[in-house]
Design a protein around this ligand. Structure first.
Ligand code: MLZ
Length: 462
């Protein structure tokens, strides 16, 4: 079935052409459908695709060539138009009525040339023969593989532990309500329902997100978890009516094993960390507590509330924690504690002053990685401060495993550092493919970076 374009009228094809931008290729995103197969999808491929340039009433097909690729989207040109680009059209290879060469013959569908070119070529059969010699096409099982790779081990009614959006230092039990493209809408078990039955507190994240865990995770690693308020009645909500089922570790992403024996992180060690509430900032930070299984509670120096409620849990293998000096050696502005000055701050002085030591460099997951993201590439990315929103975004910088993302049309205060393997970034066309709503850029031009509200709200909440 053809899914409706849920992208609120936003047209990636026009947008990319207008701003002459590239899109990050599907093969960059390891967690998305058909990532592995995408290496073979390239410009010049030929496919059989629905012919829309005909007055015939029955569905007929014609052969087209891939002229350009942008994520899941391809710019196609019907064979026969030669160098004439006036009838080129964008389609989403994952959902469009496109098939490998030979599909029509096998499925008794008609191949009929577009009306504009029909008259110019008399012998279509030999013309096509010539065109198709040596051509490659998409795999025979392309759509079957697509369907297979869209399967998700979560469904409505599964219970998980997830960060509490109102208090990031603790987790809370939640139930899966909706699953779209591997993204989960989670409803806290004691979220409460409003007058018209609406959920008062929910959270969106990808099933591979580091923020969700199997039931019992918090107790196992020693993380604070909010006790579910049993007096809140959620039973009238569909997600709670289903037979509850606890999630198990096998449903979650396996983290890289870390060895905690002999020189692991210890309380008080200093480091640089992405601020969980201002994801564009890498800050001076401290290890506050060492949990089990390689998890740490980290806080940002100088802005702490003091009761531990702003500590944040990062795994030792997380991209979000970095050794001291990382920003300086990579030309990233380090966010300093209030009262410190960029011109005079040095880690050596700061450590001395604090009587603290720097967490050893070898403990961090900053090994060189290879990926094909590059500055300027467009993609679809989650605004992690409002994780329901998947937005039009641009890779601004690439530093090691980190990508600095800019949200088109929004001020740079919305920028976010993410891992190149983050499950919250998707290729162009992913929303359309999965039926998720895409947030188009605001404002007319991506360069302008204006935001409707420029009140400069610095500290954003989940
Ligand atoms: N209401 C929010 C929306 C921000 C969404 C930005 N996404 C890149 C605000 O204006 O803060």
């Amino acid at each position: 079935a053809i899914k409706k374009d849920a992208s609120s009228g936003f047209n990636w094809g026009c947008y990319l052409e207008k701003h002459s931008c590239l899109a990050a290729p599907v093969s960059c995103f390891r967690h998305v459908p058909l990532c592995a197969q995408w290496e073979d999808i390239e410009v010049g491929l030929q496919v059989e695709v629905l012919n829309t340039r005909t007055t015939l009433l029955t569905k007929v097909y014609w052969i087209a060539t891939v002229i350009r690729l942008a994520g899941y989207k391809a710019l196609l040109r019907y064979v026969g138009f030669e160098d004439d680009d006036s009838y080129d059209f964008w389609c989403n290879l994952g959902i469009a009525d496109v098939h490998p060469i030979g599909w029509c013959a096998v499925n008794s569908k008609l191949l009929v040339p577009p009306q504009e070119i029909n008259k110019h070529i008399i012998d279509w059969k030999s013309y096509l023969m010539q065109r198709l010699v040596g051509a490659s096409t998409i795999p025979v099982d392309f759509h079957a593989m697509m369907a297979e790779s869209m399967k998700c081990p979560f469904r409505q009614g599964v219970r998980v532990e997830v960060v509490d959006r109102s208090l990031v230092s603790r987790t809370r039990t939640a139930v899966v309500d909706t699953v779209i493209g591997g993204r989960l809408r989670l409803i806290y078990e004691d979220a409460g329902l409003g007058a018209s039955g609406e959920v008062l507190s929910d959270f969106w994240c990808h099933m591979l997100s580091p923020l969700i865990h199997p039931i019992n995770w918090s107790v196992r690693v020693g993380h604070l978890i909010k006790e579910t308020d049993k007096s809140v009645d959620m039973s009238s909500h569909p997600a709670f009516r289903k037979v509850f089922c606890d999630s198990v570790p096998g449903q979650f992403k396996k983290l890289r094993t870390v060895y905690m024996e002999g020189g692991f992180f210890t309380e008080g060690m200093k480091l640089e960390a992405i601020d969980p509430l201002n994801l564009g900032n890498i800050c001076v930070a401290s290890v506050r507590k060492v949990l089990f299984d390689g998890y740490l509670m980290v806080s940002i120096d100088g802005v702490e509330i003091g009761d531990g409620s702003d500590w944040f849990c990062y795994h030792a293998s997380s991209h979000a924690i970095l050794p001291t000096g990382y920003c300086q050696s990579n030309d990233i502005p380090l966010t300093l504690p209030p009262g410190y000055d960029q011109a005079t701050f040095t880690w050596t002085k700061y450590l001395e002053e604090m009587g603290a030591e720097a967490a050893p460099r070898r403990l961090f997951n900053t090994d060189a990685v290879e990926h094909s993201f590059a500055p300027g590439m467009k993609l679809e990315a989650v605004d992690l401060m409002e994780p329901r929103l998947v937005c039009v975004a641009t890779v601004q910088r690439c530093v090691g495993r980190l990508l600095l993302l800019h949200f088109d049309g929004w001020e740079s205060e919305f920028d976010q550092w993410v891992d190149y393997e983050s499950p919250d970034i998707y290729p162009v066309g992913w929303c359309e493919l999965t039926g998720y709503q895409l947030q188009p850029p605001i404002g007319p031009e991506p360069q302008e970076r204006t935001s409707k509200k420029s009140t400069g709200k610095k500290k954003r909440r989940y």
